[in-house]
Design a protein around this ligand. Structure first.
Ligand SMILES: [Zn+2]
Length: 167
């Protein structure tokens, strides 16, 4: 499915899990990927969820993953397993994301380039909305934190997204 053809209105964080999530390799600190698939993950598909690093060969399946939940995170439980959304970590292995950067006291992050692209297009669309060119939408976008969507931060945030895009 091409996100470009999809209304931001229907887009949720979990939609980006069908693309590989870029994370920091727990072993070599290089760029590793978490391959997930459609969420929620059926128990019989858990073996397909894995964290792999092409640089050092690190390889871990979700079925081998022993959970140790970070405190203070909002946790989603599904089929006896816990997932964390809304932090700069992947929802499955809780490994720090590759695409993240500081913005003032906040962290700007994305699961992958598709997610990054969504954030950019959403911020641009919000700008157009303010100029009366688009109806307001009640999408995931409107659930983005205020600091991210604040008009005064727009130029800086877009610049940060550009930097991440290159990295
Ligand atoms: Zn590695």
């Amino acid at each position: 499915m091409n996100l470009r053809n999809k209304d931001g209105y229907q887009t949720h964080l979990t939609d980006f899990l069908k693309y590989d999530i870029l994370v920091i390799c727990p072993k070599c600190s290089g760029k590793a990927i978490v391959h997930a698939g459609n969420f929620p993950i059926p128990p019989d598909a858990e073996h397909a969820v894995k964290l792999t690093c092409s640089a050092c060969g690190y390889n871990k399946r979700l079925s081998e993953h022993r959970e140790s939940l970070p405190s203070g995170s909002s946790v989603t439980a599904s089929a006896g397993r816990h997932y964390i959304f809304g932090d700069a970590i992947d929802p499955f292995f809780f490994v720090p994301l590759w695409l993240k950067t500081d913005f003032e006291q906040h962290t700007l992050w994305a699961y992958n380039f598709e997610h990054l692209d969504f954030l950019r297009r959403h911020l641009e669309a919000r700008h157009r909305e303010r100029n009366g060119l688009n109806p307001a939408n009640r999408s995931m976008g409107s659930r983005l934190p205020k600091w991210m969507t604040a008009q005064k931060h727009r130029a800086q945030i877009l610049k940060k997204l550009d930097e991440l895009q290159k990295g």
